[in-house]
Write a protein that binds this ligand. Structure first.
Ligand code: MYA
Length: 621
C-alpha cells in the first residue's frame, strides 16, 4: 500500500516540469544538449539527490607519504621563520609594495614554484603540502599571499594542468626562476559573467599567429608579470557556422603590444600589484594556445576550481593568528575585577571563532586531500571551501578586534590591516554570491538529470524495472523515516554518531526539498535565486558538518593530544548547523517564504529605481 502510494508520488515527481538544466547566464538554450545522468563521488552533488555519499568525506584524508611528510617538516620552520623575521607586513602595507629583500627571499625559498616539478625548478609539492605552506603565509601577510597565489594558483596553473610537454618545458622553468605570472580573465564589462569577455584573438594571414586585442582589469601581478594566461574570444567553425568561443593563450610581455596601467589604489592587500593590462595587436604564436582552441572557458573554470582550496588554507592560517591574539588578550586583560575569559560573552566569542577556524581548516585539507587522491568531482566542495573560509575569516577577525576593544582598533595590533586585506576574498576568484549559486545550480542540474533518467524509465518501465524498484525502495524507506544513510560506525567516533544520524536525516530531507523545488519551478528554478541561496546555505551546513565529524573522528582514532577539544568543536558545529539547515530547507520550499521573497524583490527594485532609500527621514525635511 505504502509502496504503491510512493510509486505514484515518484511518478508524479518525475513526470512533472523537470529539465532543470542550468546556466547562470541563460538556461534554456542549452537545455536539450545535456549529457545523460552520471554517478559521482562528490558528497555535495549527491546531497542534491538525497544520497549520503561517503567516498570523499570518510575517513578524513591522510594523503602524505612518509617522504612527503618529512619534506613538509623541513619546509615549514624556515618559511615560518622567514615570515616572522624578514617579512614586514605593516611596511609592505604602508609602502603598497613588497620589500625587495622579501621578494628575493621568497624566490630563494622556492615559494613561487611550490607545485612545479623539481626537474623544472620547483619544489614539486602536492596540494596538501602546498596547503600547509600557504596556511603559514595566510597567518602573516595576505598581500604577499596574493602575489604568490596570483602567480602560481592561477597565473601559470593552466600550464601545469593543460600545458603540452613543450609548453611546460619552456614556461615552467621560467616562472620558477624569477619571472612573474598572471591570470588575465576579468574585463571592464565582464566580471562574474566570465563567458562574456570581449578580448579577441584572430588567426593572422600567416596562419602561424593569432592577433590579440583587448584589455583586462584588476589583474593581480598585472603590472609585473612577464608570462600571462590570457582568455580571448576566437572565431571557431561549428556546424558550418563561425561562432566565437573562448580560447586560453600563453602570452609573453616580450611578444610586443602588451602594456599595463599603474598599480591600483586598493582597500587592502596593498602590497600586491593589481593593474590593467592592454593587448594591442599582440602577435601570439599558435604554439601558445593552451588547452585547445575554443576550450578556454573550461580551462579558466578548471584553473579556478583547482586553486580555490588554497584560499581556504591561507584563511585558516589568518583565523588561527587572529584567534591567538584575541585569546591572549582575553586571558590577560582584567575588567570588573575578572579576566575577560571568565565572562560568558567572551567565552562564546572565542568558541565561535575557534569553530569557524576549525571548519575552514578541515574543509581546506579535505579538498586538497581528495584532490591528491585523484578525485575528479571536487569543484563544489572547493567552492564551498572558498565561500566558507572568506565569510568566516571576516567574522573571526572582526570578532578578534571586538574582543580586544580599543586595542583591536589600533593599527599597531595589526588586525585592522588584516580586516582590510580580507575583504577582497569574498569578492575575487568568484564572488561568494556567484559561488553559492554555482553550488545550488550544479547540484540541482545533477539531481535533475537523475530524475529525468527516472522519467525516461517510467516511459518504458519493463526495460527499467531495476532502476524503478530501487528508487521506489529508497523513497519508501525515506518516507517511513528509515533513511539512516550508510553505516558510519567505522568512521565516526561513538560520541559523534548521534550527529551523523541527524545528518543522514538532513540529507534525505534535502533530496525531497530539491525534488519539490524542481517540480514546482521546472526549468524556471534558475531564476529562483532567493531559494537557490537557501539551498546553497543548507548544503554548506550539511557538507561542513560531515567534514568536521570526519576530522574529529580521525583525531579520536589517532589519539591526537587535542582530540577531546576537536570533538567539542565538531559537536558544537554539528549542533548549530543541523539546527539551522532544516529552517533553510523549509525557506527554500515553503510558499509563505515565496511571498516574503516577492516582498524583498519589490523593495530591492524600488530602491534601485529611486536611486536609494525611497522613504524620507521621519521629520520629512
Ligand atoms: S580571477 C577572476 C575570477 N573570476 C571568476 O571567478 C568568474 C566567476 N564566474 C564564473 O565562475 C562563471 O562565469 C559562472 C558560470 C560560474 C558564473 N567548473 O553556461 P554556464 C561549465 C567546471 O553556466 P555561465 C580573480 O579573481 C558548465 O558546466 N565547469 O556558464 C583573481 C557548462 O559546461 P557545459 C564549469 O553562465 C584573484 C559551461 O561551463 C564551471 O557563463 C586572485 C558553461 O556554463 C566550473 N566552476 O557562468 C586570487 N562553471 O557547456 C589569487 C561553469 O559542458 C589566488 N562550468 O554544460 C589566491 C590564492 C590563495 C593564497 C595563496 C598563497 C600562496
Amino acid at each position: 500500500m505504502k509502496g504503491g502510494k510512493l510509486l505514484i508520488n515518484a511518478n508524479r515527481c518525475v513526470s512533472g516540469k523537470l529539465l532543470p538544466l542550468y546556466s547562470v547566464r541563460g538556461a534554456a538554450s542549452k537545455a536539450q544538449a545535456r549529457p545523460a545522468a552520471r554517478e559521482s563521488g562528490s558528497f555535495t552533488l549527491n546531497l542534491f539527490r538525497g544520497r549520503f555519499e561517503t567516498a570523499q568525506v570518510f575517513p578524513y584524508p591522510d594523503p602524505l607519504s612518509a617522504d612527503q611528510r618529512q619534506t613538509l617538516q623541513e619546509l615549514v620552520p624556515p618559511v615560518e621563520k622567514f615570515f616572522q623575521e624578514v617579512n614586514d607586513p605593516a611596511k609592505n602595507d604602508a609602502d603598497a609594495q613588497i620589500e625587495e629583500n622579501t621578494l628575493a627571499g621568497l624566490w630563494e625559498l622556492g615559494a613561487f614554484g611550490l607545485q612545479v616539478p623539481g626537474e623544472l625548478g620547483g619544489l614539486g609539492l602536492n596540494n596538501t603540502q602546498y596547503a600547509r605552506l600557504v596556511e603559514v603565509v595566510g597567518a602573516h601577510d595576505l598581500g604577499v599571499g596574493i602575489t604568490l597565489g596570483a602567480h602560481q594558483s592561477i597565473g601559470f596553473k593552466g600550464i601545469l594542468l593543460f600545458g603540452t610537454p613543450e609548453q611546460k618545458q619552456q614556461y615552467l622553468s621560467r616562472v620558477t626562476a624569477g619571472e612573474y605570472a598572471a591570470f588575465c580573465l576579468t574585463e571592464p564589462s565582464s566580471g562574474s559573467d566570465a563567458g562574456s569577455i570581449k578580448t579577441r584573438a584572430v588567426l593572422a594571414p600567416d596562419g602561424e599567429h593569432f592577433i590579440l586585442n583587448g584589455s583586462k582589469i584588476w589583474i593581480s601581478n598585472g603590472g609585473i608579470a612577464e608570462i600571462m594566461t590570457v582568455f580571448a574570444q576566437t572565431p571557431i567553425e561549428k556546424d558550418g557556422k563561425t561562432v566565437d568561443k573562448v580560447t586560453a593563450f600563453i602570452v609573453e610581455r616580450s611578444f610586443g603590444g602588451v602594456s599595463s596601467g599603474p598599480p591600483e589604489n586598493k582597500m587592502g592587500i596593498k602590497c600586491s600589484n593589481t593593474a590593467e593590462v592592454y593587448f594591442e595587436d599582440v602577435k601570439v604564436p599558435k604554439r601558445c594556445v593552451l588547452g585547445g582552441l575554443g576550450n578556454g572557458f573550461k580551462v579558466a573554470m578548471n584553473i579556478l576550481n583547482n586553486g580555490r582550496f588554497g584560499m581556504g588554507a591561507a584563511l585558516a592560517g589568518t583565523q588561527r593568528a587572529a584567534l591567538a591574539k584575541a585569546a591572549e588578550h582575553a586571558a590577560t586583560r582584567t575588567q570588573f575585577g575578572k579576566r575577560l575569559i571568565e565572562f560568558g560573552t567572551i567565552q562564546e566569542k572565542l568558541a565561535r571563532m575557534a569553530m569557524l577556524q576549525y571548519v575552514t581548516e578541515s574543509l581546506a585539507y579535505m579538498v586538497s586531500g581528495n584532490m591528491d587522491s585523484g578525485a575528479q568531482d571536487y569543484h563544489l566542495e572547493a567552492a564551498i571551501s572558498k565561500v566558507f573560509a572568506s565569510d568566516s575569516a571576516w567574522t573571526v577577525v572582526d570578532e578578534a578586534i571586538q574582543v580586544m576593544g580599543g586595542m583591536g582598533y589600533m593599527k599597531a595590533t595589526g588586525l585592522e590591516r588584516v580586516l582590510r586585506d580580507l575583504r577582497i576574498f569574498r569578492i575575487f576568484e568568484g564572488t561568494n554570491d556567484i559561488l553559492r549559486l554555482f553550488v545550488a545550480l550544479t547540484g540541482i542540474q545533477f539531481a535533475g538529470s537523475h530524475l529525468q533518467e527516472l522519467q525516461r524509465a517510467f516511459k518504458n518501465p519493463t526495460a527499467h524495472l531495476g532502476l524503478i524498484f530501487s528508487e521506489a525502495g529508497r523513497r519508501a524507506s525515506a518516507a517511513v523515516g528509515l533513511a539512516r544513510g550508510p553505516d558510519l560506525a567505522p568512521h565516526v567516533a561513538p560520541d559523534l554518531r548521534p550527529h551523523a544520524d541527524e545528518l543522514a536525516k538532513l540529507v534525505a530531507e534535502y533530496g525531497r526539498v530539491v525534488e519539490g523545488v524542481l517540480v514546482a519551478h521546472g526549468r524556471g528554478v534558475v531564476d529562483r535565486q532567493f531559494q537557490l541561496n537557501r539551498l546553497a546555505s543548507a548544503a554548506i551546513d550539511a557538507y561542513t558538518t560531515a567534514v568536521v565529524l570526519s576530522r574529529a573522528s580521525r583525531a579520536a582514532r589517532s589519539s591526537l593530544p587535542a582530540a577531546a577539544h576537536e570533538a567539542r568543536l565538531a559537536s558544537a558545529w554539528a549542533e548549530e548547523a543541523l539546527a539551522r539547515a532544516p529552517g533553510l530547507l523549509a525557506a527554500a520550499r515553503a510558499p509563505k517564504d515565496l511571498k516574503h521573497y516577492d516582498l524583498l524583490a519589490r523593495i530591492g527594485s524600488d530602491v534601485a529605481a529611486d536611486g536609494g532609500q525611497a522613504s524620507v527621514n521621519p521629520l520629512n525635511i
